[in-house]
Design a protein around this ligand. Structure first.
Ligand SMILES: *[C@@H]1O[C@H](CO)[C@@H](O)[C@H](O)[C@H]1NC(C)=O
Ligand SMILES: *[C@@H]1O[C@H](CO)[C@@H](O)[C@H](O)[C@H]1NC(C)=O
Ligand SMILES: *[C@@H]1O[C@H](CO)[C@@H](O)[C@H](O)[C@H]1NC(C)=O
Ligand SMILES: *[C@@H]1O[C@H](CO)[C@@H](O)[C@H](O)[C@H]1NC(C)=O
Ligand SMILES: *[C@@H]1O[C@H](CO)[C@@H](O)[C@H](O)[C@H]1NC(C)=O
Ligand SMILES: *[C@@H]1O[C@H](CO)[C@@H](O)[C@H](O)[C@H]1NC(C)=O
Ligand SMILES: *[C@@H]1O[C@H](CO)[C@@H](O)[C@H](O)[C@H]1NC(C)=O
Length: 917
């Protein structure tokens, strides 16, 4: 009876607390269609239909393990807007927020989506899909700043933003509390369960807080590599006391790894690092140690002076076996590649042990728009309107402003509303009253509400000291016009409101003034001069404000701020940076973008002729929204400083509210691609298509190589092109080659680390090492350039199943031919008569080095230039046959023997000389 009673009590305790937990969880199945309960966890999932509304949801092709929540995803349009989910929170309570992304397979697409994820105004993560069948999970630990948070998606650079699930999990008491939580969120970078029994992660219900504890058996690129020899996995079924602050699940603590050869080491990549982090190690002794046995160890890497010398003795630190010891580092700076190692101390009998670890990056909380201004905006959009265009969610300004709001940044970075775009509230079927909250909007300069059906009185606007234009024409307003609007300081339009009346006070005033004495006239004069001074002050202030706005405003109205746009261009010119070309001039030059001459890496390219006769190519940046004007401006200013005769010169740029444009010098002979492979779709080029003989190809290769070499070594910071290909090598009127499309879209973090979150480039040219590791180096360009060289030799396309069959791409195909010593079969049939085999060999040799698997084995651009110059000499016959061929031959031997080391098929008979000779 006693035992039964105990059981009953524990059951009673368990069930309500579980139920309570479950109801507090918010689990949204984005793109889902109905409510359901996940059988395995008992968690209730709800669809996001009521949260989003009009966006489409898409079937996922290879849903993960039949999990209902991954059957569908929610896709958002790529329209430059942000799309937000608002989640209710309890202010100052800590939560785990998790968003997951499963794209599903898609045979047709060459690029997967890449977009931004925000939590309120704070940039959370760049979501980059590389594997369509993997669930990408982003977790943030926050202390709720208010009674709701917004999770927003925006700014796709490729594909369209989407989301699979969104989860909100309240945490208990002081879990994950830290010294910096007023200013920082914690972004989960790694949470690993060591010695895991299965490959799947541990989460709810094993972890009552539904954290995801990844299994160390999970196989991903760069995830837990460099494991020390002698590492063994141990497990126990005994209970473990995990009553520490973070309450890790018992199941996670029941497994561990032990370094039986004195050492535990691991290496893993931390997304978005280097950064400052909060790091936790979880240790629990789960082996029954003998009386004489001890387990003591130190952390050797990363070396943190205050901690690395401390000896960990788990049982002693935790005061007992099967009890958790949880040391943590409040603030530690870690690199992108985290190598860590624990080493046994000399007097210890057992090797180091590790159950789990967690590393969270400090992410600075970005300020949201001032709540007072948001209140006004909410009031404004609460005016009933015919369309739902005012239904945008999230912060009005960040990461991208609402469509009808203009924002500017101030220092320290805080976003504010400045003006309403004049055209955005005109003729919008607004009805109801003008909200009185407007009176708090001190910095409002213009307000256009004309052509709506607003009624009621005009509210008191006397606080709006900066208001210059107020247009309420053609509404149904009534009442008395506030006198301050009639003083002339405000350009006030109110015709077409039959109910609106001028007050009588003014007449009385003037009558009074008329009747005053000369003394009063003197007073009036004083007042007048005073107001002149005031006016000057206001103008000064206004112009300063405009200057602040410059370069950072997210949207500019072409209709109303032509002068302002020009002044912006002017400033760029003042700095000697780039030359701003007004949209009108570009439209005129391109005859309204009629002559499309191709497609650049970022969008269409149009031919144009400027007034001064200069021929130009205008590149439209199709995804300018994701750049943000500030970044665009930075890029332009960087690019305009780069001059080299083998780089296509940037003449100027243009920013328009929709897009950014770059204006380049026009290259008369089109792209190298057109000349090698033909350009059926571009009539303007096919007319000019020239046959390129071998020397012409060498000279083009040399030019392009010099352009790239300059980008790599001549620029500071050095520039990695990232998209080297034949269609980015352009030929001028003299058939000199120039490299184009360089230096765009460099991300700031890459400037520091050269690590990007997605491999950008073109299929067939993309460096496989970069693709695998995302570690961008100049050797990635070398790889792509190697492919270009192979194209020049063979006249074949980089990727084609027709041409290469199972080899699939030019690299595999060329490599196998060169291994056999058969360069003849590689040569473009239209060349073979003229080209000297020795010269072609020299290029084939360097090309094959360029496409080496490992960047470190590839030559530098400088060496490639030398090889090309060698080849030119050989071709021209300048190099004496004796010395020349022996040199070329000896290097070829090195090349071939290096292949022999790897694979030794047909060459074993001493046939090192190519069959052609
Ligand atoms: C789905 O669940 C939510 C929250 O529990 C509830 O408000 C909604 O009415 C449910 N919808 C349906 C169709 O059952
Ligand atoms: C590729 O997309 C087109 C339409 O965009 C479609 O008709 C075709 O079936 C798709 N092919 C495959 C293999 O999915
Ligand atoms: C929350 O924390 C308190 C105090 O540390 C603890 O007693 C309680 O069990 C915790 N709740 C859960 C659900 O873990
Ligand atoms: C768990 O530990 C036992 C020994 O204690 C071992 O036999 C077993 O293989 C371990 N299980 C796993 C999955 O490692
Ligand atoms: C962590 O330490 C670094 C360097 O000591 C310091 O700059 C930073 O402000 C600290 N705090 C956070 C949250 O990064
Ligand atoms: C413990 O060590 C002592 C002396 O070092 C030895 O005499 C004793 O046999 C050891 N006991 C066990 C259980 O190994
Ligand atoms: C360690 O545990 C023992 C009993 O297991 C207890 O008497 C002692 O007070 C504990 N020490 C600390 C510091 O908690």
């Amino acid at each position: 009876m006693g035992i039964l009673g105990l059981h009953l009590i524990s059951l009673l305790c368990l069930i309500p607390s579980l139920m309570c937990q479950v109801t507090e969880f918010v689990s949204i199945d984005c793109g889902g269609t109905s409510n359901y309960t996940d059988q395995s966890t008992g968690l209730a999932w709800i669809p996001d239909t009521e949260i989003t509304g009009q966006e489409k949801s898409a079937e996922v092709e290879n849903p993960k393990g039949n999990l209902l929540r991954y059957q569908r995803r929610r896709d958002f349009p790529t329209d430059g807007k942000k799309y937000c989910y608002t989640l209710s929170t309890e202010k100052r309570r800590r939560y785990l927020v998790r968003a997951t992304f499963l794209y599903g397979s898609s045979t047709n697409e060459t690029t997967y989506p890449k977009f931004q994820l925000y939590l309120d105004a704070t940039k959370w993560s760049t979501v980059t899909i590389q594997d369509a069948s993997r669930v990408y999970s982003k977790e943030m630990i926050i202390r709720a700043p208010s009674d709701s948070i917004d999770v927003c998606l925006c700014c796709a650079t490729t594909g369209s933003p989407f989301i699979s699930t969104l989860e909100l999990r309240p945490l208990n008491l002081s879990m994950y509390a830290n010294d910096y939580e007023d200013e920082f969120y914690l972004k989960v970078a790694a949470r690993v369960n060591f010695g895991a029994l299965i490959k799947e992660a541990i989460r709810y219900p094993d972890d009552p807080y539904d954290r995801i504890w990844d299994s160390d058996l999970d196989k991903r690129p760069n995830y837990l590599v460099g494991v020390a020899p002698g590492t063994v996995r141990i497990n126990t079924t005994k209970n473990i006391n995990t009553n520490t602050r973070e309450y890790p699940p018992v199941k996670v603590m029941q497994t561990a790894v032990v370094g039986t050869q004195n050492r535990l080491t691991y290496r893993l990549n931390l997304e978005d690092f280097p950064a400052n982090a909060r790091a936790y190690a979880f240790f629990a002794e789960i082996e029954d140690l003998g009386v004489n046995e001890t387990r003591k160890f130190k952390m050797e890497q990363p070396y943190i002076p205050d901690y690395s010398n401390a000896v960990v003795n788990i049982a002693e630190n935790a005061n007992g076996s099967y009890t958790l010891y949880e040391p943590s580092y409040m603030n530690v700076t870690l690199d992108f590649v985290l190598s860590f190692s624990f080493v046994k101390t000399r007097d210890s009998t057992q090797g180091p042990l590790l159950n789990a670890m967690e590393i969270n990056k400090y992410v600075q909380i970005a300020m949201k728009t001032d709540w007072q201004e948001v209140t006004i905006l909410h009031a404004l959009r609460s005016i009933p309107t015919g369309s739902n265009r005012l239904d945008e969610a999230g912060d009005p300004c960040v990461p991208v402003p609402w469509e009808w709001v203009t924002c500017s940044s101030t220092e320290p970075p805080r976003w504010n509303l400045l003006t309403f775009l004049s055209s955005e509230l005109s003729h919008k079927n607004l009805n109801g009253e003008i909200p009185s909250e407007l009176k708090n909007m001190e910095r409002l300069e213009e307000l256009w509400l004309d052509g709506n059906s607003l009624n009621g009185p005009i509210p008191d606007l006397s606080n709006l000291v900066n208001l210059k234009i107020l247009n309420v024409e053609n509404n149904s307003l009534s009442g008395v016009i506030p006198s301050e609007l009639l003083t002339g300081h405000v350009l006030f339009h109110y015709e077409g409101n039959p109910g609106l009346k001028r007050g009588k006070k003014h007449k009385i005033h003037s009558a009074l003034i008329l009747g005053t004495s000369i003394g009063a006239l003197v007073l009036l004069f004083l007042l007048f001069s005073g107001s002149l001074l005031l006016l000057r002050y206001i103008r000064h202030k206004a112009s300063r404000q405009r200057n602040d706005e410059k370069g950072t405003s997210q949207r500019t109205s072409t209709k109303h701020s032509t002068a302002y746009t020009i002044s912006r261009g002017g400033t760029f010119m003042d700095e000697g940076v780039a030359y701003y070309i007004p949209l009108n001039d570009i439209e005129e030059a391109t005859k309204n973008f009629t002559q499309n001459i191709g497609k650049g890496s970022f969008g269409p390219v149009y031919y144009g002729k400027m007034k001064d006769g200069k021929e130009v190519a205008v590149k439209i940046m199709a995804d300018s929204s994701s750049h943000g004007n500030k970044q665009f401006a930075t890029e332009v200013s960087l690019l305009s400083r780069i001059h080299h005769r083998n780089l296509v010169p940037l003449i100027g740029y243009c920013e328009d509210e929709q897009q950014c444009m770059l204006v380049y010098e026009y290259m008369h002979n089109g792209t190298l691609r057109d000349h090698i492979h033909g350009a059926p779709l571009s009539p303007y080029n096919s007319a000019n298509r020239k046959h390129l003989d071998w020397l012409a190809r060498l000279s083009i290769a040399e030019d392009a190589a010099k352009g790239l070499e300059y980008l790599h070594t001549g620029c500071n910071p050095s520039i990695i092109h990232r998209d080297v290909k034949t269609s980015n090598i352009l030929l001028d009127i003299n058939m000199r080659a120039k490299v184009s499309d360089f230096g765009l879209s460099r991300q700031t973090e890459e400037d520091l680390t050269h690590i990007s979150s997605v491999a950008r480039g073109t299929v067939g040219y993309l460096d496989p090492e970069y693709y695998a590791n995302q570690q961008l180096t100049d050797k990635s360009d070398v790889y792509s350039f190697g492919v270009v060289l192979l194209e020049l030799i063979s006249g074949r396309k980089p990727v084609s199943t027709e041409e290469y069959g199972t080899d699939w791409n030019i690299v595999h195909w060329a490599r196998s031919l060169i291994r056999k010593g058969d360069v003849i079969s590689m040569i473009d049939p239209s060349l073979s008569e003229n080209a000297k085999i020795e010269s072609v060999w020299r290029i084939a040799e360097v090309a094959i080095q360029c496409v080496e698997q490992h960047g470190a084995s590839r030559p530098r651009m400088q060496e490639i230039i030398l090889a090309i110059q060698d080849s030119v000499k050989i071709e021209k016959g300048n190099e004496k046959i004796t010395s020349g061929s022996s040199r070329a031959q000896s290097s070829r031997k090195t090349l071939l023997t290096s292949f022999l080391d790897v694979e030794s098929p047909d060459l074993s008979t001493g046939c090192l000389v190519p069959s052609a000779r």
